[in-house]
Design a protein around this ligand. Structure first.
Ligand code: F6R
Length: 240
């Protein structure tokens, strides 16, 4: 596990953009695992800017997003489909047929999503944020690690954290569909970005704590190619 601390949140996120851009440069048909949330926005801004300047080309790139809420329409501005459209898909030359997000409309959707990832040859680089409770994707603290894409019930902590995007916590969907820990661990390389003081404890427990499904990100200690990028606040408990 590699760990790098940056002066501020934007620099940490842009560093993740650098790693994704390098992946696309080395392999034009790379398979990217993508995340939503506040954290990765600067990384997407970097990728869009490099695309516009002709540095990277998304023509053959394939993408698979980590998760989506269950029960809200894809066209709803608060869906993760809409988020990705706004921050990346509408701004680069990704082909619509190469873009994938889980949908959770049927109980078989998770199996189909895992199969689509397999058919694409697996994920080359997986971008991750982290929840205050150590969740990755929407793999919440639990008694066991999950394997494939599955429907999850969100914890109160996650509902409260995501309420900022909705009118109130009552409007946050109670369920989501998420890639499992197995999908994430199968990616060839994982880049986790954490910013802000509220993530400091999760970062510490991810890197220094015991490997436990109570802190889902802690399993990344076993990943052969995992890079964790933080700003000073999120990295502040990692003192040596
Ligand atoms: C989003 C996702 C979540 C977020 C996490 C942090 O696709 O999988 O695990 O990465 O909840 O969210 P932010 O970045 O908004 O703090």
């Amino acid at each position: 596990m590699e760990f790098h601390v940056y002066e501020n949140a934007r620099a940490a996120c842009e560093a993740a953009g650098v790693l994704i851009a390098a992946q696309i440069t080395r392999k034009g048909d790379s398979v990217l695992g993508l995340a939503t949330g506040s954290t990765p926005i600067p990384a997407y801004e970097m990728l869009v800017s490099w695309y516009k300047r002709g540095v990277i080309d998304f023509d053959r790139v394939r993408t698979f997003n980590l998760d989506e809420y269950v029960g809200i329409d894809e066209k709803n501005p608060l869906s993760y489909h809409s988020f990705m459209e706004e921050h990346l898909f509408s701004k680069v030359n990704l082909r619509p047929e190469n873009v994938h997000l889980p949908s959770g409309r049927s109980s078989l959707d998770g199996v189909a999503y895992d199969e689509a990832i397999r058919q694409a040859g697996g994920i080359d680089i997986q971008l991750l944020g982290i929840g205050r409770n150590g969740h990755i994707g929407f793999n919440e603290p639990a008694a066991d690690f999950t394997y494939g894409t599955h429907v999850v019930t969100l914890t109160e902590d996650t509902i409260e954290a995501n309420a900022r995007f909705f009118n109130s916590a009552d409007d946050v969907p109670r369920q989501a569909i998420s890639m499992g820990i197995g999908n994430i661990m199968s990616a060839r390389c994982v880049v986790l970005v954490a910013t802000g003081e509220s993530k400091a404890n999760a970062v510490y427990r991810t890197i220094r704590g015991p490997i436990t499904p109570e802190v889902p990100a802690s399993i990344l200690q076993l990943h052969p190619c995992c890079v964790i990028l933080t700003d000073r606040e999120a990295g502040k408990l990692m003192t040596d």
